[in-house]
Ligand binder design. Sequence first.
Ligand code: ADP
Ligand code: MG
Length: 336
Amino acid sequence: MKLKEIGEFGFIDRIKSLCLISEENVIKPIGDDCAVYELEGSRVGLMTTDMLVENIHFLRNRMTPFELGYKTLAVNLSDIAAMGGTPRHAFLSIAIPEDVSVEFLDELYEGMLSLGKEYRVNVLGGDTAGSKTDLVLNIALIGEATRDQVLYRDGAKPGDRIYVNGCLGESAAGLELLLGDLDIKGTLRRHLLNSHFQPEVFVRQGRFLAQSGFVTACIDLSDGISSDISHVCRESGVGAVLHRSDLPVSPELKEFSDITGKDPNDIILAGGEDYRLLFTVQKDNAAELEKRYKDKFGSPLFCVGEITEGREILLKDERALLSRLSPAGWDHFSTD
Ligand code: ADP
Ligand code: MG
């Protein structure tokens, strides 16, 4: 059987139940942004790993080594943020082709460690190997949380409101700039490329959401909103309606859309790598959480839909018409 027949997530499903050999101390096995396991007392451990592969996730000659190192850690921090945890220690494994210089690697570590310093994350180890042609980077990151303040994908209930904590689609626009020959220069170009190369991470925001007690489910937006909401729905056994006109569009994405003639909502729905948090909140607590978040972080939360009974994921368009939203996000082995 070819991998594309079952896709990335079909593959993960296939191996999932086989992988749990002993349930001892395991709170959450495969299926969430991090695995969760018992530590002493009320503390739990979190563990996640994410890999960046040259020519799949990045083009080596289109970003600086600093940006590459930064992004490798950022995407892992984002998974800890999605669980409401505090990141602690990282391991970086790296497969290096011959044409990568020592100076390149120095700068790559500089980028990774600059973000490490910001979040007080050590690099405690890793592995180094050669590679024929492509550079491969993999971080394994451990973190911690309080047992009853962990955010999972599986707690969303019908009636809950769906939120994101920032504007979407800028990373996708940045990628389009990178790959295309669009005549966009200056600060707009830099801003969009930056969103793609050095995504903001929301560790403090994740912890705040976990501590609020109002959040029923959470995921970080890595694959794209249509795909990531489907993970929440599947794990929670619910459906969802996303409101197209409520998707938050930044002024920069709007400007990009005006220049390219593309609908910003289409860019958001098809794009990925936003690394914002997507989470669900009981309807009655939504206004209070919005207020507290704004007071604390000075930026708003955006309600983009609601959780429904059943399993369907629908998109409500500007004329209130509903259509089925198929996951358009990133799947490493999908056919389209
Ligand atoms: P994320 O996008 O948040 O990093 P993924 O979609 O990569 O999450 O992974 C979903 C779940 O599947 C996670 O629990 C992850 O640890 C697990 N997973 C992914 N690939 C593998 C693999 N090859 N073997 C075992 N578990 C995997
Ligand atoms: Mg994730």
